[in-house]
Design a protein around this ligand. Structure first.
Ligand code: PGA
Length: 252
């Protein structure tokens, strides 16, 4: 059975509640005809209530950009999966490269966040990807393998099957430099092969998104690769028209 394409927009630290509501309103109309692609947007957490309300009954899901592993407690500035879930959020990004590089999210922390997402009833989107230095050093597979085994540690096969993976080479994020379709497919195929350690249905079911400077102009050829099941979009997700064009490319 073919995997259903999944396009997600990561708004990062852009769009406060007012602007987020406006973008959600535009997305609602731009994507009104979509039935073939799973779509989610990840606004800053403070904008989630406005976006979730605006997108109710549209089929466009809301994702959190991050979550704290604990349910509650003395963790100033943090938000738990359980709190996020109260807003009707469906997904949580875990281990985005900016979290790893700027906020100290190690594989152990990312794994705790993946587990916390499941505990709260959220579906994790686990992000993995190598830096340019690691690629040049021939370490792509070792890095991805460590992030996968660390991030998915201790999960049941059924849980792994419900995870979305996002392969985002760090050197392609926000740089305008995309992995070529062949480069991306090579890593996606490696990831799917790695999933072969679980029962067969897992590798067949898991959706692997590509992320890193995905734009309307390059989405179709990336999404045409056999192991690329969707995209995690940053910059191009901040504009309804370009995001909708990427969603449309997933059905081509
Ligand atoms: P970008 O970001 O599309 O702006 O490169 C992708 C991401 O960080 O998820």
């Amino acid at each position: 059975m073919a995997r259903r394409p999944f396009i997600a927009g990561n708004w990062k630290m852009n769009k406060g509640p007012n602007e987020a509501d406006e973008l959600a309103r535009e997305l609602k109309s731009a994507l009104a005809g979509n039935t073939a692609v799973d779509v989610a947007v990840a606004p800053p957490s403070i904008s989630i209530p406005a976006v979730a309300a605006r997108l109710q009954h549209t089929g466009i899901q809301v994702a959190a950009q991050d979550l704290h592993p604990q349910v509650s407690g003395a963790f100033t500035g943090q938000i738990s999966g359980e709190m996020i879930r109260q807003l009707g959020v469906a997904y949580a990004l875990c281990g985005h490269s900016e979290r790893r590089a700027l906020f100290g999210d190690t594989d152990v922390i990312v794994n705790a966040k993946v587990k916390a997402a499941f505990r709260a009833g959220l579906l994790p989107v686990l992000c993995v990807g190598e830096t340019l230095e690691q690629r040049d050093g021939g370490q792509v597979e070792a890095v991805i393998e460590a992030q996968l085994s660390g991030g998915l540690e201790g999960l049941e096969a059924d849980q792994v099957a419900a995870v979305t993976l996002a392969y985002e080479p760090v050197w392609a994020i926000g740089t305008g430099r995309t992995a070529s379709p062949a480069q991306a497919q090579e890593v996606h195929a490696f990831i799917r092969g790695w999933l072969g350690r679980y029962p067969d249905y897992v590798a067949r079911t898991v959706r692997i998104q590509y992320g890193g400077s995905v734009k309307p102009g390059n989405a179709a050829e990336l999404l045409a690769q056999p192991d690329i099941d969707g995209a995690l979009v940053g910059g191009a997700a901040l504009n309804a028209e370009s995001f909708a064009a990427i969603v449309a490319a997933a059905t081509a």
